[in-house]
Design a protein around this ligand. Structure first.
Ligand code: ATP
Ligand code: MG
Length: 384
């Protein structure tokens, strides 16, 4: 009896004409995720089967598949021919040693002489005959034996449905540029948007030598963890050291963060244009820290010419964000100590509700275009 993994996908059925394209992107993503592990992926009427893998790799394969967006649920099943004796053998194999159960049959192969109810009754009866510790309970069973008769003469027998990552296949919703710091929030924001099918590139700003090289290593680690979900990622790294020095020298220091944010957004938009990203994504959450106010967002949005800025965490509390970051595996990296460029030259009394006119007056003291060009010249791209 061969073990296979049944992959069920979610929401793809909503996409009408594009369905074929969605399924292809989805299959390519699964291939990427399973690269290096022996397997074959086959499409079978509205689901995929992973077959021909080494049985010792099952856990590894399932762990990888848990990170592929678009998978609604999956099951490890026994694949047998559509024959009652074979199905019974498989049912015995997946059956618990004792307890209450029921058999549920789905019959795509309508030519099979027994209907679903008859198959369930027959297999259930045979199991009861050989094991007196089993009993049938159709309302509240301790386990279910699922039998799925496919059209191609094979039957799949399994008992558990495991929840997949959900969402849409990465690559079906365009591309976004994630502003990724070394903190907890931005990786979570990226994960949420990737879950809706968006390819991500990342951009990180540093103030070396005011911030150390470990900060960069940490962001690379975060991007690596995230890239398992996003099927790879380019990370753009830009120095804002000189920008911060200039702000420090020429402007009211209370506007450091506000002005720096505007530079970050401008640089991010330029990089997005270069790499074909259609939006920017940040990890801001409304009122989480003093600078994350709607006035602060107004000030940083107003430098963006064309792109929408997605802030998926706006409605989340910090503990909800932490829970997600633990679940996706970025939390332990994020909490390692580091200095963000936003903490360099940090004023004692940063403006929290900046008025745009005041921001513009401070910014007028700087040669914005020259600073932008200088910063863009430091751009380094790392392929994760
Ligand atoms: P995070 O946990 O993501 O660092 P935060 O709560 O520390 O967020 P801020 O420091 O106010 O919040 O940053 C808000 C957002 O601005 C971040 O989520 C990120 O998207 C972006 N950002 C901040 N610093 C950087 C940086 N050095 N490089 C790239 N983006 C940054
Ligand atoms: Mg931060």
């Amino acid at each position: 009896m061969e073990k296979v993994i049944i992959i069920r996908y979610s929401e793809l059925h909503l996409k009408g004409k594009n369905r074929g394209w969605f399924e292809r992107v989805f299959a390519v993503n699964m291939e990427k995720s399973l690269k290096g592990t022996k397997h074959e992926i086959h499409r079978h009427s509205g689901r995929y089967l992973i077959e021909n893998f080494n049985e010792k790799d099952i856990q590894l394969i399932c762990d990888k598949l848990k990170k592929v967006f678009g998978i609604h649920s999956y099951s490890v099943a026994l694949k047998v021919s559509t024959d009652m004796d074979e199905i019974f053998k498989a049912a015995k194999e997946v059956s618990f040693k004792d307890g209450s159960f029921k058999v549920e049959t789905h019959r795509a192969d309508k030519s099979f002489p027994l209907n679903s109810m008859q198959i369930s009754a027959e297999i259930g009866g045979r199991l009861l005959d050989i094991n007196e510790k089993l009993k049938v309970d159709v309302h509240n069973p301790q386990f279910i034996i699922n039998i799925d008769l496919r059209e191609n003469g094979t039957a799949l027998v399994f008992n558990e449905f495991f929840k997949g990552a959900g969402g849409m296949p990465v690559g079906t919703s365009g591309k976004g540029l994630l502003l990724i710091s070394g903190g907890i929030d931005s990786p979570v924001a990226g994960h949420m948007i990737a879950k809706r099918g968006m390819v991500l590139e990342g951009i990180h700003f540093h103030s070396y030598p005011y911030t150390n090289m470990q900060a960069k290593e940490k962001v690379i680690e975060l991007a690596k963890t995230l890239s398992v979900y996003t099927c790879g990622m380019n990370l753009h790294i830009v120095s804002v050291t000189h920008i911060q020095e200039e702000i420090h020298k020429k402007c009211n220091g209370d506007y450091m963060v506000t002005l720096l944010r505007r530079f970050m957004m401008r640089i991010a938009e330029q990089v997005a244009e270069k790499c074909g990203a259609q939006c920017l994504i940040t990890g801001e959450s409304l009122a989480q820290v003093a600078s994350q106010t709607v006035e602060g967002m107004t000030s940083s949005n107003s430098v963006i010419k064309n792109l929408p800025v997605l802030r998926p965490l706006c409605g989340f509390d910090k503990d909800e964000i932490i829970e997600r970051s633990r679940a996706i595996g970025t939390y332990d990296i994020s909490i390692q100590p580091y200095e963000d460029c936003c903490t360099v030259f940090l004023p004692k009394h940063p403006v929290t509700r900046p008025k745009l006119a005041d921001v513009l007056a401070e910014e007028a003291k700087l040669d914005v275009d020259k600073l932008l060009n200088e910063a863009m010249a430091t751009l380094e791209i790392i392929k994760i």
